[in-house]
Design a protein around this ligand. Structure first.
Ligand SMILES: *Cc1c(COP(=O)(O)O)cnc(C)c1O
Length: 354
């Protein structure tokens, strides 16, 4: 059975919106879409007067090359947030179906599920090192379980998953799509992308928002078997990707852009390791978790108070102290060298005031 047979029947039966241009060969004169024939002063040579291709061939081919998968296994989305939403809407019947997740994790999986009216099955990460609860995930016996969201490296813990455990889960839950969110994979240097297509119920989410430094362009990708990609294309809005974003991502993926990304990632990893070491030595910090991403999870007494102290000093951190399992924890993104010195200055002030 194809995993797509687990999708909502009305989505599988849907005849998608077809623009005139998607049905015809490229023309010399386009009188089909009620566009203005003249350029706007804001055009910047991008032909912004024209509707963009829903999945531009050149960007699709650049992403297919980047991720090492055929372009029919790639769906370009407005950030991975949109891919999460499309997956939940395509697979989950409101008031009936369920998604599973392993908190503490990225908040959008549960939000997308609740918006769709899907149940959320929580299988919390285990122990002080946030290990994947493989056995409890494998043992879920819910005929309406449709999606299992995993995240590696995980936000906000920074911990990575063991690929063999993910594959074990895919085999144990063949009727659910296992979605591995790899938003930070460039910082970890390992990925499950090579298993996509080979394992029919495995999907991977990637984004240009983190390592690629394009959070403002809103571009992400879902990598999955072709039938899953074809299914989601049906519910994609007709013109999801703004032309300026398409142009920005294509420039970033040029050979020169790729070199710059690699250098920035190396620099962030070096900084992360140094900041992690310094924080671990800091007497006001009680724990720094190992991280394979561009952020660190730390625990300190009175974390919520320190969070407010730092914010008043102009340094915004992410407060997780009210999240179960993350008592007194803060997440610190790795910024520039100067940003991190500001943070250490704030910590020193805090120690002196204590
Ligand atoms: C930042 C982040 C994303 C990225 O979302 P975009 O919509 O692509 O910007 C996805 N998943 C996780 C876990 C993240 O931390």
């Amino acid at each position: 059975m194809s995993i797509v047979e687990r999708a909502r029947p009305e989505i599988r039966a849907l005849v998608p919106y077809a623009s005139a241009r998607s049905l015809a060969a490229p023309a010399q004169v386009n009188l089909d879409a009620n566009e203005n024939p003249w350029a706007s002063p804001a055009d910047g040579g991008m032909a912004l007067n024209r509707y963009p291709d829903p999945q531009p061939a050149s960007l699709l081919s650049a992403l297919s090359d980047l991720y090492g998968l055929p372009s029919n296994q790639v769906l370009i989305t407005r950030g991975s947030d949109e891919a999460i939403d499309l997956l939940v809407r395509a697979f989950c019947r409101s008031g009936q179906d369920a998604v599973a997740q392993c908190p503490p994790c990225f908040g959008m999986y549960a939000i997308a599920a609740r918006i769709q009216g899907a149940r959320v099955i929580d299988c919390p990460l285990q122990g002080g090192d946030f290990d994947l609860p493989v056995e409890s995930l494998c043992q879920i016996q819910d005929p309406d379980l449709k999606l299992i969201f995993l995240c590696s490296p995980n936000n906000p813990t920074g911990s990575s998953l063991d690929s063999s455990e993910v594959l074990e889960l895919c085999a144990a839950q063949p009727d659910a799509l296992v979605v591995v969110d790899e938003a930070y994979a460039e910082f970890a240097g390992h990925s499950l992308l090579s298993e996509v297509g080979r394992v029919p119920n495995l999907a991977v989410l990637r984004t240009l928002s983190k390592a690629w430094s394009l959070a403002g362009a809103r571009c992400g990708a879902l990598l999955a078997s072709q039938d899953v990609i074809d299914l989601l294309r049906r519910i994609l809005p007709p013109y999801p990707l703004p032309t300026p974003s398409i142009c920005a991502v294509e420039r970033a993926l040029s050979p020169e852009g790729r070199q710059i990304m690699t250098r920035q990632v190396k620099r962030l990893i070096g900084l992360r390791n140094e900041v992690s070491r310094r924080l671990a030595e800091d007497s006001s910090v009680s724990r720094v978790w190992d991280s394979e991403a561009n952020f660190l999870l730390v625990r300190m007494p009175e974390a919520a108070r320190f969070y407010r102290h730092a914010a008043e000093a102009g340094v915004l951190l992410r407060d997780f102290s009210a999240v179960p399992g993350l008592e007194n924890c803060l997440r610190i993104s790795i910024g520039t060298e100067e940003d991190m010195e500001r943070l250490f200055g704030v910590l020193e002030q805090w120690r002196r005031a204590a």
